[in-house]
Design a protein around this ligand. Sequence first.
Ligand code: HEC
Length: 275
Amino acid sequence: MDAGTGRARVQAALNEAVARFRVGIASDPQRLYAVLADLAPPTSNDDRLALRLVVEAAGSGVVAELVQAGGALPGVAQGLATRCQVTVPDAAWAVGAWCRALGIGTDVATGSPPVGAHSGLVPDVGVVRPPLADAAGSGRAALLIAVSVAVVLVLLAAGLVWWLLRAGDDTSVADGGAGAPTTEEEAGGSSSGTSRPEDPVLARGLDVYQETCAACHGQRGRGGVGSNLQDVESRLSEEEHIEVVTQGRSSMPAFEGVLTPEEIDAVVRYEREEL
Ligand code: HEC
């Protein structure tokens, strides 16, 4: 088998590889070598050299240069020859082989069809696998989507946990106010749970308090929007107390006309005696 035939086979294999995988194959020298060796199994040293040079040209960026410049620039073969320690004619052949395979440049001496024409035929037959760049790209996209979905799920779960915890806190705040919640107070969330005063006036006061005052002063009078009313009897005389509730004071609303005087008396008594 003479050198010429060997190189022609390598050239044909390169044409085929570029037709199948596009120029992207040049960015994966290992795969390029595998594809070429598969299409044209080397049978001589010259075959092996030809293969190596073609692959080396891809790996060392010569192909990228060719594509960019639209042809072989002066000195390209020289550079490749120096890098691979081969003769300039051998290197020039490899550069020429790429030019022919890519259908660029003027070196078409062997008459092998430029790939521009060739590749037009191939998509039906040859494009079994997507070009490398695309495969890697879609892999990355899939990974990105998977990661995004995971992040969203984690955020949702965290949000749910936070919401549940907060809901739990709210209940204890509403029930317990500023003080440490006791079992009595936890039960006291519903008014029926608290011991209901025997005295009918105090019982009435409890109802008025729950309906009208608790929203601001808390279920147990420990304060909230309104002030803490426990020990209110030590700060206000009964008269002053009734006056605050009847007339209001700054953001404490007046209940004159809203509650009857009896209801005000009842709730005042309740606050002084029961809270
Ligand atoms: C909209 C909220 C709100 C409601 C409803 C409310 N209060 Fe008040 N209350 C306050 C605020 C705020 C203060 C403190 C006013 C101030 O700074 O002078 C206050 C103060 C008081 C005080 C004086 C406490 C002190 O130590 O001087 C009493 C007594 C009182 N409220 C009783 C009641 C009663 C009884 C009811 C139900 C009939 C009631 N409040 C309903 C907001 C409210």
